[in-house]
Design a protein around this ligand. Structure first.
Ligand SMILES: Nc1nc2c(c(=O)[nH]1)N[C@H]1C(S)=C(S)[C@@H](COP(=O)(O)OP(=O)(O)OC[C@H]3O[C@@H](n4cnc5c(=O)[nH]c(N)nc54)[C@H](O)[C@@H]3O)O[C@H]1N2
Ligand SMILES: Nc1nc2c(c(=O)[nH]1)N[C@H]1C(S)=C(S)[C@@H](COP(=O)(O)OP(=O)(O)OC[C@H]3O[C@@H](n4cnc5c(=O)[nH]c(N)nc54)[C@H](O)[C@@H]3O)O[C@H]1N2
Ligand SMILES: [Mo]
Length: 826
């Protein structure tokens, strides 16, 4: 039995362990039970989630018990949070309207954040929503409405909530949309120039082949054992079987594995692999030092560079100090920045060149200022090593994500509810005139747009004129956790006239909205999902477990209600019910797979809960290109790997030029800019026991990691001692942008000068004033909100310095999870 599964069983389902391992789990679902048995013992239902598939025992209209799916051999401990996601004090119970907003025509101040709300009926709430859409379209036109922010809405192909919101709103009029995402904004923009695809969302070489052929693996800013727990569609967790094999191979010294990271990761601890410490945000200097060594010592693959790459010479001139800053990028030069001794840099380069090496990048190093550069530079190193296109060689940018690298069946998954307006349906407002403003903005620049409408910014070879947004509609994402610098957001929101949020949890985004509509969780609706986002391992039924709680509704019902206000509800739903849609998606999937993968009829599928597509096959990234670059060119302008890009050079951007370069950061620890005033680098990494902010509200799960009820802040023992802080103390973390309270966890896994507070902690400021301290510990209270560069304009959350101290006096109570303050008006 694997460690993951063992800990899982030990820690979580001790009371129901027999159910987990007993044979009953392998039997088909609800069909074996008699009616009486069902009433007495509850009925078993199958469903999926970002955390994996599971079965739930439901009785008396309540979820009693949750056990992992029999096909999931490595379930995540986060399943422990499922019940708490459904039943918790933060549920949005009723449609709510912000008090000051209701009274705005009577001259009430519209200070968002004091959390005073009035309960209204569904009819009233949808009336207000509709009349605001009307007012904004008539007064400002399409550039006044932002309905583009998207995020990690729950799983399920039919109910995907952002799709529902955008389809309904598009039937009313046009609005501002986004491009890119917070996950990989810099990576997905730069890599098409370099390797011809986003790489970050592309299938990568199968793990089984990597384990067979790689002699060395470098996990570079990559923590897959932590991050593969979740998936965009229901994850199978099969990749954990590969991690087990890798662990064994390391123990048997059959492979060398090194984690390049400022911190000791969960992956490193699990695999018991080697660690290469690096100063934060200095991977480019380290890699330039490696490139210098490979070049000077003639260790690079000249043939590969000649056959497959363009623009090596210009890059080498930069490395050798002949161009640009005229500084030779020696390992000594690199050492001063990245903190790795020059001789170790040389050894690292020699080690990489000596054997077949698979480099695996995570996404964190592109979520920082100039995040385009390390990604480009990684491709250059991999090209110099010559392993691209070989199993177990080259570089990958997504081996930690959504089961990428598991065997692929190639089956078609179920489609979804349509996002766009159907042909033949005319929206209520046909005005598509953005009056010279851009209709699409880089996703992380939306607060800047609200703040400075009309400002022109560069973006990926184009100019973007930021639109004057007056209304925002948010569904399936939580910007008051996901966006940087909450105090700046507070100020910007003064310019917003109406904010509407649809959610099942009363997040900070609800607190800062005017109209809040209660959605239900995915466990309160029927749906269908692909099992394994990339592997396409099977199709999963998502049985409704319980009816929608309180007055919550499915997003489908909510937007059917809204479109009814303008007479397009039948067009919106195509006059079909939830179950008709689910069946249609299944039937279309079965038709698409006909002849290749036989699928049973819908009724059988729904009863059994699952259809498998069988064993998948393996894949090697860039193999076709390597075999014949003429016949299978990359998607780059030249078809080759572009070590230098004429196209990017032609943009004349100061911070993204024709080849990868080192640029100093606005804030950098370990002696860099700003480190005298605020010496600590804040890394707001992805949480081990949540999906972003989802499940933070789940009380039992939160109790497993919270410190005095606050989000943990992981700090180094030497730093902690110097500040008189012990594990369990509350600390105040601050910089000029804001302040928050967190609970200290002192750990040797974190080096001096580094503090980790995981993203997704629920923002709970003491009041609506700018600078109010956050009571729970959302790192985005203090992060920096700037674009990565003129190229991608992506999220730079990891360029952030702070200081911290032991919290003095009595700490204010955590207010993040209590829902709104109900106010009654006549
Ligand atoms: N400092 C810092 N900030 C970061 C990051 C970081 O690393 N550091 N990471 C960034 C990244 S990569 C990402 S992807 C983003 C994530 O940012 P988000 O995707 O915004 O984060 P989630 O917490 O998943 O928010 C989803 C919200 O949608 C709601 N929701 C879920 N399902 C449904 C549904 O079916 N219907 C409705 N109506 N609502 C639903 C949930 O309750 C939750 O409030 O954060 C970004 N922000
Ligand atoms: N459990 C869990 N898994 C998740 C998610 C979640 O919320 N919870 N979210 C999913 C999503 S939406 C995304 S986008 C991905 C995020 O995937 P990533 O962005 O790759 O994830 P992180 O774990 O935040 O960061 C990975 C590692 O990068 C290291 N790192 C940070 N800065 C630097 C640096 O400057 N140099 C070097 N060398 N290393 C650095 C961190 O220490 C960390 O160990 O995860 C996905 N998986
Ligand atoms: Mo993400």
């Amino acid at each position: 039995m694997s460690i993951t599964r063992r800990t899982f069983l030990k820690g979580l389902f001790t009371t129901s362990a027999s159910a987990v391992i007993g044979p009953s789990l392998l039997a088909p679902l609800a069909n074996a039970q008699s009616a009486t048995d069902e009433i007495v013992n509850g009925a078993w239902r199958t469903t999926g989630s970002h955390w994996g598939a599971f079965r739930a025992r439901v009785g008396g209209g309540e979820v009693i018990e949750v056990v992992p799916f029999s096909h999931d051999k490595h379930p995540t401990h986060m399943l422990e949070g499922i019940k708490g996601l459904i039943y918790n004090p933060s549920r949005v119970r009723y449609p709510m309207v912000r008090l000051d907003w209701l009274k705005r025509n009577e001259g009430w101040q519209t200070t968002r954040g004091d959390n005073r709300f009035v309960r209204v009926t569904w009819e009233q709430a949808l009336d207000l929503f509709y009349s605001e859409l009307e007012r904004v379209q008539k007064t400002y036109g399409p550039s006044g409405l932002l309905a583009g922010q998207t995020g990690w809405r729950q799983t399920g192909q039919f109910h995907s909530c952002t799709t529902h919101m955008q389809r309904a709103l598009a039937m009313h009029g046009t609005f501002v949309k986004k491009i890119g995402d917070y996950s990989t904004g810099a990576g997905q923009t730069i890599m098409p120039y370099v390797l011809g695809s986003t790489e970050v969302y592309a299938q990568q070489t199968s793990w089984s082949l990597v384990l067979e052929h790689a002699e060395q693996i470098i996990f570079w800013a990559n923590d897959p054992v932590k991050n593969a727990q979740v998936g965009w569609q229901c994850p199978t967790h099969d990749v954990y079987g590969n991690f087990e094999q890798l662990k064994d191979k390391i123990a048997e010294k059959k492979i060398r594995v090194i984690s390049v990271d400022p911190v000791v990761t969960k992956t490193q601890n699990y695999l018991n692999c080697e660690h290469q410490y690096i100063n934060p945000q200095t991977d480019v200097p380290f890699m330039l030092g490696i490139a210098h060594t490979l070049y000077k010592e003639d260790l690079y693959d000249k043939e590969f560079i000649k056959v497959y790459c363009l623009g090596f010479e210009g890059f080498v001139d930069y490395v050798m100090g002949k161009t640009k800053d005229k500084v030779e990028k020696t390992p000594e030069w690199a050492e001063a920045l990245c903190g790795i001794p020059a001789d170790k840099i040389r050894d690292f380069a020699r080690m990489m060149a000596s054997k077949r090496t698979q480099i695996m990048f995570g996404w964190c190093i592109q979520r920082q200022q100039h995040g385009e550069q390390p990604y480009w530079m990684g491709a250059v190193i991999a090209s110099m090593l010559g392993g691209i296109g070989l199993p177990g060689g080259g570089i990958s940018y997504a081996h930690h994500y959504s089961g990428i690298g598991e065997p692929v069946t190639g089956a078609a998954g179920p489609g979804g509810f349509p996002r766009n307006v159907d042909a033949g349906v005319t929206p209520i407002h046909t005005n598509v005139d953005f009056k010279g403003y851009s209709s699409t903005i880089p996703v992380a620049r939306w607060i800047e747009a609200i703040e400075e409408p009309g400002k022109e910014i560069n973006y990926n070879g184009n100019k973007v004129k930021l639109p004057p947004i007056k209304m925002v509609v948010i569904s399936g994402n939580n910007p008051w956790h996901h966006h940087q610098d909450h105090n700046r957001m507070k100020k910007a929101y003064y310019n917003i006239e109406t904010a509407v949020t649809i959610d099942f949890a009363w997040t900070a985004t609800c607190r800062f909205s005017d109209i809040v509509l209660p959605a239900c969780t995915q466990f309160e609706r029927n749906d269908i999902d692909l099992y394994g986002a990339y592997s396409a391992t099977g199709v999963l039924a998502m049985h409704k477990l319980v009816d929608p709680l309180f007055q919550s509704r499915t997003d489908f019902e909510i937007f059917k209600g809204l479109t009814e206000h303008f007479g397009l509800d039948k067009e919106y739903s195509r006059d079909m019910t939830e179950m008709q849609w689910v069946k249609k998606l299944y039937d279309e999937c079965a038709a698409a797979n006909k002849g290749k993968f036989e699928m049973p009829d819908f009724a059988t599928f729904w009863k059994d809960g699952y259809v498998s597509f069988g064993e998948g096959s393996t894949f090697v990234r860039h193999q076709a290109f390597r075999r014949d670059p003429e016949l299978n060119p990359l998607g780059t302008p030249s078809g080759f790997i572009e070590i230098s890009s004429k196209k990017i050079g032609s943009y004349n951007y100061p911070h993204c030029q024709e080849h990868p370069m080192w640029f100093e950061k606005a804030e950098r620890s370990h002696g860099g800019p700003g480190s005298k005033a605020h010496p600590f680098w804040l890394q707001s990494c992805h949480p081990n026991s949540r999906l972003h902010s989802q499940m933070c509200e789940s009380p039992a799960l939160r109790a497993t990691y919270a410190v005095q009820g606050r989000e943990p802040a992981y700090i180094n023992p030497v730093d902690a001692k110097a500040k008189g802080i012990k594990t369990g103390d509350l600390i105040r973390v601050y910089n000029d942008r804001g302040q928050l309270i967190a609970g200290a966890v002192v750990s040797n896994d974190f080096p001096q000068g580094v503090i980790r507070i995981q993203e997704g902690a629920w923002y709970g400021p003491t009041g609506s004033e700018i600078g109010a301290i956050d009571t729970y510990g959302d790192p985005n209270t203090v992060t920096l909100d700037i674009g990565t560069s003129e190229l991608a304009q992506a999220c730079s959350a990891y360029t952030c310095l702070v200081d911290y101290e032991k919290f003095k006096g009595k700490a204010p109570a955590v207010n993040s999870f209590d829902g709104p303050t109900y106010v009654k008006i006549n």
